[in-house]
Design a protein around this ligand. Sequence first.
Ligand code: LLP
Length: 430
Amino acid sequence: FGTSKINQKNHLEIGGCDTVELANQYGTPLFVYDVALIKAKARGFKKTFEDLDMKHRVVYASKAFTSLALYKLLAAEGLAFDVVSGGELHAALKAGVSPEMIEFHGNNKSAEELAMAVNVGIGTIVVDNFYEIELLKSILKETGKQQKILLRVSPGVDAHTHSYILTGQEDSKFGFDVKSGQAEQALQLVLADQGFDVIGIHCHIGSQIFGTEGFEAATEKMMAILLDWQSRFNFVASVLNLGGGFGVKYSDEDTPLEAPEYVKQIATMVKVSSQAAAYPLPEVWIEPGRSIVAEAGTTLYTVGSRKSVPNVRNFVSVDGGMGDNIRPALYDATYSAVVANRMTAPAEEVVTVTGKYCESGDKLITDIQLPILAATDILAIVTTGAYGYSMASVYNKNPRPAVVFVENGESQLVLRRETYDDLINLDVIN
Ligand code: LLP
């Protein structure tokens, strides 16, 4: 992916940096992000809309991975940001992101979080439920402010036959249900209150989606809702937010399209159906998270112990694991790996790569064909840029890894490794 290649030392190189040297310099486990690839992904989404000559917002879903450096990088690329907590909002603001470019999501935002968002002048709040309408209404009344909002609807896209990480189906905790009339009831409530400036509607059908059917079904449904609400409530949306969820390739079994391809299809659908119905073309917003950062991230580990159970399994342990990548344990996610210090060594055995955590489920890769690994080898697990660091824990009091950005032969530490003292910093009795 991206700028990865094999250098003259037979080492994995990313962004012009030798990963074995990075491992020596910064220690392992280490997240390495290919900055050029992140930029290319961000630009790919923007270009898709520009080619279609459509007003748009590419809203990066911070939850996939954040650091102040990443907020700065993507803000400079013209992206907006989706935050889902006061913590993400705080971080985005600290990084200097313009509040106008921030969109606040979540199914249970607290009164404090909502007040914080309103007070900093956040661009958009994506209103998810009736309780939130009430909370926000009273905050807006108190502050005398008006707030741009999107209504999150659950379009009832039935994707049960696909292996989605579902969120847009009827049986979902997110958004107002359309079929039962809750969505239009919510619309009437917010239209009736001057505090709300209702700019449009939002849906997000799930994550790591491969087929185009789900996105197409959702887009069709959302356009139908807009046309219906125009005729019945005289409501015209200036924004249609279709969420994120564009799948990426973790291993050879995964066969996604390039993420902008999905966007091209749905944006074109919006354009065509708006024209057909003489509906004013809304701005299309999308919220990619994974597809911007997953492939740009690689985790470097140092190989340690091994255990071979004859005729059963070879376990090879590395110095990280479920603390820096919970996805295999949580979702049975699959990954692939290379030996960064011996890139062209022949793959001679099948091993299971495990971590160092006290948990049998602490596996990173089950049954992968690799060169015979020895202690001190540097194992690089690829495509770990999304939902790895951001879901990291300090289980077993293992410090969280460092994160470096690499580009044009330069590396930059963007998140330092946690120290043992960091791990007891919250203790108030010592
Ligand atoms: N927008 C909304 C409203 C979302 O809920 C999400 C993801 C996104 C955008 C970004 O989706 P993406 O483009 O990254 O697929 N921890 C899981 C993924 C959870 C996704 C949650 N919502 C994983 O590691 O697979």
